[in-house]
Design a protein around this ligand. Structure first.
Ligand SMILES: [Zn+2]
Length: 370
């Protein structure tokens, strides 16, 4: 059992309070704290602290198949999808063969791996997840007057192609933004709210095709403890709130909008899934007293939430590499005293969790048993 020190990522869209407070840092942060990484990814390996001193986790667990994150979205993130394994392998090889440097802004594939993700909200959380069912999209096209030029599209695939290849999206988006601004505030349940938020965040919103997707994708409100899974091809975006996220160890993102970064329309059209359905909300399957497992089809990772009542003890076994992150209370895990925001790494060992004077919440990242 080793104490883990994660790595903070200061992306512009991050919040100033949630992650610093989780990590027990006093005072207001000067830089946005977007993500706290617990894993062995080369762009931010955690540090393990044991008797041998401080060692990057990548040296102890170079084979770790997952990356655990705490994410805090103050501003909305880009609308994106992730490739499947075959697409990632082919795309990575093709971009290498074309001589596109790994850090080039036009590079889509940073590695040859897929990047499915599961996450569980820590606060009330807003996101987009997958296309709405087609009849709902038809209703929206009818209800939004500026979308009149899109109404002739006979299928979701045709509509998406039309949007991504519109020669001048501003002819629709400028009047839409002007009307929404004049109508004023609406509730978060209305896509118009997020359009106005996007216009505050992105100076070029009137040219950004991502605005269309704010209407076409399922708008999802999660309560703490609820989550979603994002398999390959499903368009999604985190809009607001804090969450625990677990994903395959990859950095492959294809963006569709709400971004100043590269949008590769051809690659996007080739990889997105057009299945339109209400997104399944994960509540976690009960797996013992206080334990919920957020099961997904992923073979690389499994996210588990563990609740302990005051001063209780739970004996557990780590099968394979396991990361445990304390998100509430104080506890001793494998004899190591931890406070909120601290994490440990264990591999193939038995250990006890001993809760302190308040109730305890722990998120566990592990490899699913076959
Ligand atoms: Zn994603």
């Amino acid at each position: 059992m080793l104490l883990l020190e994660g790595r903070v990522q200061h992306y512009e869209w991050g919040g100033y309070a949630f992650i610093p407070a989780l990590l027990g840092r006093r005072g207001k942060a000067r830089k946005p704290h977007a993500e706290y990484w617990l894993g062995s990814h080369p762009n931010g390996s955690a540090i393990a602290r044991g008797e041998g001193g401080r060692v990057p986790l990548i040296e102890i667990a170079p084979d770790l198949p997952y990356l655990l994150k705490v994410l805090d979205a103050r501003q909305m993130l880009s609308i994106q999808t992730h490739p499947n394994r075959a697409q990632a392998r082919r795309g990575f090889a093709a971009e290498n063969a074309a001589g596109i440097p790994l850090n080039a802004p036009t590079r889509n594939y940073k590695d040859a791996n897929h990047k499915p993700e599961v996450h569980v909200a820590l606060t009330p959380f807003w996101m987009l997840n997958g296309f709405r069912p087609w009849p709902q999209i038809v209703e929206i096209l009818d209800a939004v007057p500026e979308f009149r030029p899109l109404r002739s599209a006979k299928s979701l695939r045709a509509l998406v192609r039309r949007i991504l290849t519109l020669p001048e999206p501003t002819r629709i988006l400028e009047p839409l933004l002007a009307r929404l601004r004049s109508e004023g505030a609406v509730s978060r349940q209305d896509p118009g709210y997020w359009v106005l938020r996007a216009a505050e965040t992105f100076p070029s919103a009137a040219q950004d095709r991502g605005i269309f997707f704010l209407y076409l994708l399922n708008l999802v409100a999660l309560q703490p403890g609820q989550g979603t899974y994002q398999p390959a091809g499903v368009l999604h975006a985190y809009l607001e709130g804090s969450t625990v996220e677990l994903m395959a160890n990859s950095d492959n993102v294809l963006r569709a909008g709400l971004t100043s970064k590269h949008v590769d329309t051809r690659e996007l059209l080739r990889t997105i899934s057009y299945a339109g359905e209400a997104p399944p909300i994960l509540k976690g399957e009960p797996a013992g007293r206080g334990i919920r497992v957020y099961r997904t089809p992923s073979t690389e990772f499994e996210l588990t939430r563990i609740h302990l009542s005051v001063a209780s003890t739970r004996r557990r076994v780590a099968l394979g590499p396991v990361i445990l992150l304390l998100t509430e209370g104080e506890a001793r895990i494998g004899g190591i005293p931890l406070h909120r925001g601290q994490a440990v790494f264990a591999r193939d060992e038995a250990y006890a969790i001993e809760a302190g004077p308040s109730k305890v919440e722990i998120f566990q990242a592990s490899v699913p048993a076959r």
